[in-house]
Design a protein around this ligand. Structure first.
Ligand code: ATP
Ligand code: MG
Length: 342
């Protein structure tokens, strides 16, 4: 792939809670590395909800998102109480972000984990399934949620998973479904998987029923490479997998659509540690690395990724990580400085 030389305008939201701290830390690293980007900031989340926009976003922000096409997003807080719609779901659906890509990688022995050789990428369908938001009350005592699976939706996510495996030098794609029970919906997903797999003879394939598959993932994660699955299963197993690597603060993610892509840490806004300067910015930093690869700035992505790995390997950690004995605990800003120095 050729690399872009011109500066690209991206949309950035600092977010709520620890969002501003970890996003500023990440932007400082991007600037120091010479990333060819110009941030354009939008305000989303708590303040916007409380100002009376029940979706948590100003109408004008959509224009910015659609124009810039690449979005680096800090975590946001949805105020508790009814009437507030989850902005994450709204953004994914409105911008057609059909693939949620989440690498879950262990950094043993530098970060303690029970699963030192884990290196799994979970690719979750992001728009359909029980998340289509089609719920009904049938009677006072009976409620219904509709599971929606479409052939085009399956084709898109499964082809994306195989293309991802091929372009990232991965060997195997595992499909996880519950098609022994949901023969039509999950059955379609696996049928499409079998139809598309022959186009990728260089990639091994495998199928697991989601229950035993996730049990295997929890005990023998090293057996897995790329996993493609439906929205709800993907939501659950990607949180478990990220936690198994050592900290929820370590993982980044990409939300990919045909026109727009969004990059965000997998964790929430962590209000319990906000404004203390102790949050781990790693999930956001690794999301930014994925963003740079998407922007064809692999040179800068590699530089930041290596500097981040060196920082972790040298035991310079935020307090959420259990590391080796020679660990030096630093705050968010000092961690970013350490990455920049390397
Ligand atoms: P949400 O509903 O927004 O996903 P959540 O309830 O899943 O939020 P998080 O905000 O992800 O919760 O936080 C879960 C726990 O992990 C909290 O104790 C939080 O302090 C911790 N945590 C999350 N992110 C980080 C981080 N970047 N650095 C350190 N600790 C973190
Ligand atoms: Mg959460």
């Amino acid at each position: 792939q050729s690399e872009t030389a011109e500066n690209i305008t991206i949309t950035v939201a600092l977010g709520d809670g620890i969002g501003p701290e970890i996003t500023q830390a990440t932007l400082s690293i991007l600037a120091a590395a010479g990333a060819r980007i110009t941030p354009e900031f939008i305000d989303i989340g708590e303040r916007v909800y409380l100002a009376g926009h029940s979706s948590g976003i100003h109408p004008a922000a959509w224009d910015t998102l659609r124009r810039n096409k690449v979005f680096l997003k800090g975590p946001i807080t949805t105020p508790s109480g009814s009437g507030y719609k989850s902005l994450n779901v709204t953004i994914r659906k409105s911008l057609g972000l059909y693939a949620n890509v989440r690498p879950c990688i262990s950094y043993a022995p530098f970060v303690s984990t029970l699963h030192p050789s884990m290196d799994v990428v979970i690719i979750r369908e992001n728009e359909e399934d029980l998340y289509a938001g089609i719920e009904h009350r049938q009677t006072d005592e009976v409620y219904q949620c509709l599971k929606l699976i479409t052939r085009p939706g399956c084709e898109k996510i499964i082809r994306y998973a195989f293309e991802y495996a091929r372009s990232h030098g991965r060997q195997k794609v595992t499909c996880m479904v519950k098609d022994n029970i949901m023969k039509m919906t999950d059955g379609l997903f696996y049928k499409v998987f079998q139809e598309i797999a022959p186009d990728y003879p260089d990639i091994k394939t495998e199928r697991f029923i989601i229950d035993i598959g996730s049990a295997k993932l929890a005990t023998r994660p090293a057996q897995f490479d790329v996993i493609v699955t439906l929205n709800l299963y993907g939501d659950i197993i990607s949180d478990i997998a990220a936690e198994m690597t050592g900290s929820v603060g370590l993982a980044g993610s990409a939300n990919i659509g045909d026109h727009v892509a969004m990059f965000e840490a997998i964790h929430g806004s962590a209000p319990d540690i906000a404004e203390q300067g102790i949050a781990n910015p790693s999930g956001m930093i690794l999301s930014a690395v994925m963003m740079l690869i998407h922007l064809r700035q692999a040179d800068i992505a590699t530089q930041i990724h290596n500097a981040w790995l060196t920082t972790i390997e040298e035991g310079i950690h935020t307090s959420d990580l259990q590391g080796s004995q020679s660990q030096q605990i630093v705050g968010t800003a000092a961690f970013a400085e350490a990455v920049i120095a390397r």
